[in-house]
Design a protein around this ligand. Structure first.
Ligand code: GP9
Ligand code: MN
Length: 429
């Protein structure tokens, strides 16, 4: 009810983190192109197999002088996987403890999401492109609630034999066919492109395999570098197109990995891939790092070591775009802020900070990986406090979703999104 909203707002006010003014508006008015890297883990960046870089194009972008890259950025998804990542990125609200918030609440809840904010504040045209079924994760409804004007799922694409693998069109075909739609989008646009070939079980036709599988002998793991390599090539081709057309000059491209590709059930194979002697639950928490990169001509790039997670992407992006977000219900903060709290929640209540980590009932020192066995009183209080902060953040976010609290929240500048105003069968204007 309304009182819950008050509790949430009070909490957000008290925990508010001021964005970094040095970055405010550096991408003002630019197109925003979000490239969703399916199941892409941070360890792939710079990773070599048999002497060959697995993701040479993304590596180049990661290190480019005009890219802000994060190397302590974590996925925070739960069972909702991709949809939880999308939920967080579009709203700075967590997915749920079980199930998918986009599936369960995407149709009925009120949202104040990135596309609606950018459309209303700065006139952005908003669209999602994805070479998979439109109903997957309830996207065809949830995107309307988020205020996306256009959604081009599989039905917008030509699907010939051999084009489709797993959950959608192969990435190269997807990017290729997306071009004609991108060309029609009025500027500035906010566009999300969801890749899918690098999805378990990492199947790929012979002709597109251009790096060997790894040799851990774990069948669910060994194809991972192969589809990641293919995804990287697709991105290389697409970025070349952007450059050729000059679109790269007025577009902020943001890359992110949605969640792990190799689950916590493959400790032995994971150890082998990382050339480690062993791989425990703490290592698995570290394995939840995924890429986050902002790439734009003229951007002052760096590799930023701040600890953060998917919940923080929207506030970071909005600050780069110079869009004030102090009066929105968002549970994350600008990652470039000097005051970033660097406490990264996992959906199950585990967390990691630059100093400490919690996995199930165990605490660890982040730097050494050593388990904290007998914490003194002071440390114990510190760990409990961190754990409580994480639980509070998660449970208040849950209250927003479960109680549909945004229906009570009406900032003056925001016009409520009406899903019925959107029709995903119409042509781009
Ligand atoms: C399908 C894709 C996969 O459209 O987004 O979702 P996931 O299985 O990764 O949650
Ligand atoms: Mn996914």
């Amino acid at each position: 009810n309304v009182n819950d909203l008050r509790t949430v707002r009070k909490y957000l006010k008290e925990s508010y983190v001021k964005p970094n003014p040095e970055y405010t508006g550096v991408a003002k008015g630019k197109n925003v192109l979000i490239i969703h890297l399916e199941s892409f883990q941070q360890f792939l960046i710079g990773y070599k197999w048999k002497g060959k870089e697995v993701t040479p194009n993304l590596n180049k972008i990661y290190h480019a002088k005009d890219t802000i890259s994060f190397d302590n950025f974590f996925n925070q998804v739960g069972q909702g996987k991709t949809s939880d990542a999308e939920m967080m990125l579009e709203n700075s609200i967590f997915g749920l403890q079980s199930g998918s918030a986009m599936s369960s609440y995407g149709t009925s809840n009120t949202f104040e999401s990135a596309p609606a904010i950018l459309h209303q504040k700065d006139g952005y045209t908003t669209a999602v492109m994805h070479g998979g079924e439109g109903s997957f994760w309830n996207r065809n409804n949830a995107y309307k609630s988020f205020g996306y004007q256009y959604f081009m799922p599989l039905s917008y694409y030509q699907n010939k034999p051999g084009y489709y693998v797993g959950y959608g069109l192969k990435d190269k075909i997807f990017f290729d066919q997306s071009i004609k739609y991108i060309e029609r989008l009025p500027h500035p646009f906010y566009l999300k492109m969801i890749t899918v070939t690098n999805h378990y079980p990492y199947d790929l036709d012979k002709k597109n395999q251009s790096i060997d599988k790894t040799d851990t002998k774990d069948e669910t793991v060994d194809g991972y570098v192969q589809t990641a390599h293919y995804l990287d090539q697709a991105i290389g081709e697409f970025m070349a197109w952007m450059k050729k057309t000059g679109l790269d000059k007025n577009t902020l491209v943001m890359f992110y990995g949605d969640h792990y590709g190799i689950s916590g059930n493959h400790h032995k194979a994971s150890a082998q891939l990382l050339k480690k002697e062993s791989f425990n639950d703490f290592d698995n928490l570290n394995f939840q790092r995924v890429p986050l990169m902002f790439h734009m001509k003229g951007l002052k790039g760096k590799i930023d070591h701040t600890y953060g997670g998917e919940i923080d992407v929207l506030p970071t992006l909005l600050n780069l775009l110079g869009v004030k977000d102090k009066d929105t219900i968002q549970f994350g903060h600008d990652l470039l802020s000097k005051d970033a709290p660097q406490i990264v929640a996992q959906r199950n209540g585990d967390f990691i900070t630059p100093e400490y980590a919690k996995v199930s009932a165990d605490y660890y020192y982040t730097k050494t990986g050593q388990r904290i066995v007998h914490p003194d009183k002071k440390l114990k209080a510190k760990l409990t406090s961190l754990s409580n902060q994480v639980t509070t953040q998660l449970s208040l976010s849950d209250r927003v979703i479960n109680g549909n609290l945004l229906r009570f929240y009406k900032p003056k500048w925001f016009t409520k999104v009406e899903p019925k105003d959107y029709d995903y069968n119409k042509e781009v204007a």
